[in-house]
Design a protein around this ligand. Structure first.
Ligand SMILES: [Cu+2]
Length: 112
């Protein structure tokens, strides 16, 4: 067999371009910092990540409807399960909240 013993090298293509994350699209690849959404709160409410990293919010199944809406624009759907991811290319402090529950249900992503 010609192919036996052939080692294929897997090329791992890192999604390093870190586009701004406009809308509820997921982000491919890489480990994301996790935030859970339950009990009308984001846990943890503040996360600190490196530039180019991704944060992924997970709605705990059965929770009430919530959304993740950033002060600078990007937002998730309003939903009661599923996930939302955003990749942060630039350093800064990004505030967000659930527009249904307002400032009482808010969080911050600090990008260093
Ligand atoms: Cu909410």
């Amino acid at each position: 067999m010609l192919l036996s013993g052939t080692t294929f090298t897997m090329l791992v293509v890192l999604a390093g371009c870190g586009f701004g994350g406009d809308g509820p699209a997921g982000n491919p690849g890489g480990a994301a910092t996790a935030v859970s959404i339950s009990n009308n709160a984001f846990t943890p409410s503040s996360v600190t990540i490196a530039a180019g990293a991704t944060v992924r919010w997970t709605w705990v199944s059965g929770a009430a409807n919530h959304n993740v809406t950033f002060d600078d624009g990007p937002a998730s759907f309003t939903q009661n399960n599923g996930t939302f991811s955003r990749t942060f290319a630039d350093a800064g402090t990004y505030g967000y909240q659930c527009t249904i529950h307002g400032p009482a249900m808010s969080g911050t992503v600090v990008v260093q």
